[in-house]
Write a protein of this length. Structure first.
Ligand SMILES: [Zn+2]
Length: 245
């Protein structure tokens, strides 16, 4: 099967794209009223890495396909949704226009990027033994989790110092650096990234990791404030809950 070009990796602020080609349309196996559209290239970020899917519209000028969810399946991105009118479809090789819902894309990029900035702040306040274990960047109750490896003080203290540090970082407004690194030159590659392909690394103030989420370009684009709500320890894990305004 053809690999989908993951165009969403190149520009978080690309909300529209014209000229991609329909590779295949099929019925969804799980949702009988939905179809699955495959394109040769997509600007829709599929759900993964703790970040929700983009939503939006794909159109060939006559028929509209409402994208309710994009998911990764191997090297492909599947767009799941509904045609309007209901009994219409796209022809194979049709040239289509993609429009990603701007507000939800920006909210997702902001919440995801805030997770990276919290990783950075955690190191800056001295929790150097904490290692990232999970991110949940959905609008409802986002959080990041760390293995604390025996390093923990008082929750109220952690929350307060993290909030002070995050305020400083947002004001500093540094650039987020993105670099493509050859696959064999990078370790700790998440399993959802394509094997053998150059790895996209993201660098927030020196904390660097491979990631396929959508990112802002500068710290300040995350928002005017990141608030740590709690930093609860449970067993080996600390869950840091946050909100972005
Ligand atoms: Zn990321």
């Amino acid at each position: 099967m053809t690999r989908t070009e993951h165009a969403y990796l190149n520009d978080t602020f690309l909300f529209e794209h014209n000229g991609s080609k329909v590779v295949n349309v099929s019925r969804s196996e799980n949702e009988p009223k939905q179809s699955v559209v495959l394109l040769n290239s997509t600007i829709f970020h599929p759900q993964g890495g703790g970040q929700p899917s983009d939503v939006g519209i794909i159109s060939d000028g006559q028929t509209t396909f409402k994208v309710l969810k994009a998911i990764k399946s191997g090297e492909q991105v599947q767009h799941l949704g509904t045609f309007e009118p209901e009994d219409s479809t796209f022809e194979e090789n049709a040239i289509v226009h993609q429009t990603v819902d701007k507000d939800s894309r920006l909210q997702n990029a902001s919440l995801h990027s805030a997770g990276h900035l919290i990783d950075f702040a955690v190191k800056l306040i001295g929790f150097d033994k904490w290692t990232s274990s999970k991110g949940y960047h959905f609008p409802q109750s986002p959080y990041v989790e760390y293995n604390h490896n025996g390093q923990y003080t008082k929750e109220s203290e952690i929350v307060e110092t993290l909030n002070v540090e995050l305020d400083k970082l947002l004001k500093k407004n540094e650039n987020v650096k993105v670099e493509m690194v050859p696959y064999d030159k990078w370790t700790e590659i998440p399993s959802y990234l394509p094997a053998g392909e150059p790895v996209r690394t993201i660098n927030y103030g020196g904390i660097c990791g491979a990631c396929s989420g959508t990112h802002v370009n500068t710290f300040g684009q995350i928002g005017s404030k990141i608030t740590i709500k709690s930093a609860k320890k449970k067993g080996a894990v600390v869950r840091v809950s946050y909100k972005v305004e």
